[in-house]
Each structure stands twice: as C-alpha cells, then as structure tokens.
Unconditional design. Structure first.
Length: 319
C-alpha cells in the first residue's frame, strides 16, 4: 500500500502544527506496518517559515519527504496510491496561481494532479463555522473525495450534512509531561497574574478584543500581565506590525495611569519556551470568532489551566 500525505508541514499556522502532530503519531506506529509505503509532500505559502521549523521536526519531515524528483515521479507514475490532503479545501486551486506557493526541496508537482491521480483521496479539514463555504463544497466534490476527516465532533456534524465524514481529533502533546525552559522576558512574570495567548495573528482570532479587555480591566494593576505569542502575518513587515500593535494598545482610553504590562512575542520560540509560558500562566485566553479545533486551547486544557474562549466551536468538544 502506498500513501502520500500532502500538507503545509513547514508553516507556523494551525494546519502546520496539526500536520506535524499527525506525522509524529504516524511515525510512532509505522514500524508495525511494513506493508505501508508512506511519503509526504510539503507545500508553503511563505518560504520564510522554513527558518521557524524546529530541528527535530525538520528531521522528521526529511525522513518521509521525497528526496528527489525521480523518486517522486516514480511514486506517482506507478499509480495505485492513496492520498491525504490536509489543508483548506481551496488550497489546491490557489497553488495553480503562479508565484503564490512554494514546494519543499524545489520539487515539481501539481497538487490537484496528485489528488486526482490517487485511487482514493481523503481530505483532512478543520473549519471555523457551522456551514462550509460554497467553494469548499465544490472543491471537495470535484476531487471525488471518499471521506472528509474532521478533528472535532462539531466539525464532523457540519461536514456530515453534505459529505461522508470521520472524526479523528488532532494530536495533543501535554505540556505537563514535557521539559520547559524559562524565558528572558522584559517583565518579570513571577508572582503575577499571567494571561497567556498563543495563536497566529489573523482577524478571526479576535486579538483586538483581548487586548482592549485586558487593558480596561488591568491597566493599573502592576501584578497582572498579558503575554501574547504570535507570528507576523504574511506580507507584513515587522516594523509595520509592531506599529499597528502599539496603535491598538494606545487606542484604549483609561481613567488613570496605565502599567506597561503587555508582552508581545513575535520571534521564534522553541518548544521548551512555549511549555514555560503555559506553565507560568494563570489563564489562557483566546476569544476567537470561530475555531475548528484550536490546538493551543487544547494544550492549555491538557495542562490544567483556566481557559477563556468563545462558547461555540470545535474546542467545546474537550472543555
């Protein structure tokens, strides 16, 4: 049996973190299934993210990724393979647009052809609302997808209205069982009430409300601190991003002198640093407008932290 798993393994988005979780899980059991010829293909919308992949993840990607064009061509030419495509449903179409995406190892392959050329294809999809967009429905139908894999029961209920769907949750590695490494932060967070948020910076995550609410409640409290770990959005410079964040912070009017009690972290942090932030926080807050699963929230829950989040979405499965 031949199986190729196509995903955004090299990015910093939720889809990337989820894909690496599944890849580690597959790697842990693959030795028990020698009949499976398992390979991966990695695609990215932002080549800059290659420098943000931990060395241990890069080693795992290299272990299963096609190493040469010849190896890839032979795998696809011989046919009779199955395909998992783990991404939003419109990504295959977006990758047809010149210069919008990057393929790892500079290999030449067409995502739509890889999916269509498989014996059976399975689409792994997380979505943030209770209705799939029309373009998603059309894409899934176009590829004659056998089954859509959903990471939450909430997603499965949505997808099952139209397509056959299977529930397979994302892989969560509990922070309480792993090592942590203290960070050198601009504010000493020891003995403070720490609110922690970890996510990519997109409108759906509702960072504006989080920052404004924290300032309104804690602007004059020196024993409270908000720590935001995020990444700069694609095609946005660091200077522009920091300037916009300062404007957001300063736009909140408060009746008295405010404390400098918000920490914005945009540089790469290794897993031990992230574990430290989870362990140090008193409250994990992510007031998103919608989540298909939310790995950061699940990790906070596995660490036994108090959580502030929206009352609907895939994360409700485990809260």
């Amino acid at each position: 049996m031949k199986l190729v798993y196509c995903a955004q393994f090299h990015e910093t988005c939720g889809y990337s973190h989820a894909a690496m979780g599944y890849l580690r899980a597959i790697d842990s059991v693959l030795s028990d299934h020698p009949q499976v010829n398992f390979k991966i293909l990695s695609l990215s919308f932002d080549v800059r993210t290659l420098s943000s992949v931990p060395p241990e993840d890069l080693d795992l990607i290299e272990k299963y990724h096609f190493s040469s064009q010849g190896e890839l061509d032979n795998f696809l030419k011989e046919g009779e393979y199955n395909c998992i495509w783990h991404m939003t449903s419109v990504v295959p179409d977006l990758f047809e647009i010149k210069n919008i995406g990057h393929l790892y190892n500079n290999l030449s392959w067409n995502l739509r052809s890889v999916i269509k050329g498989s014996l059976e294809n399975y689409h792994l999809l997380a979505w943030e609302t209770d209705e799939l967009p029309q373009e998603y429905k059309e894409a899934i139908s176009r590829y004659n997808t056998k089954e859509v894999i959903a990471p939450s029961k909430w997603n499965k209920d949505t997808i099952s209205k139209i397509f056959k769907s299977k529930f397979i949750p994302h892989v969560i590695e509990g922070q309480h069982t792993e090592k942590n490494k203290q960070l050198d932060l601009p504010i000493n967070i020891k003995d403070k009430f720490v609110v922690f948020c970890l996510s990519e910076w997109v409108r759906r995550k509702n960072f504006n409300s989080l920052v404004k609410a924290f300032i309104c409640e804690f602007h004059d409290k020196e024993d409270a601190v908000l720590v935001i770990k995020t990444s700069i959005p694609k095609r946005v410079s660091q200077e522009s991003f920091i300037s916009s964040f300062k404007q957001l912070r300063d736009s909140v009017r408060v009746p008295s002198q405010r404390e400098n009690n918000i920490i914005l972290l945009i540089d790469y942090l290794d897993k031990e640093n992230i574990n430290y932030l989870y362990e140090a926080c008193d409250l994990f807050a992510l007031p998103s407008y919608g989540e298909g699963f939310s790995i950061p929230t699940a990790q906070a829950a596995s660490a036994g932290k108090n959580i502030l989040c929206s009352p609907v979405g895939g994360h409700v499965d485990y809260l």
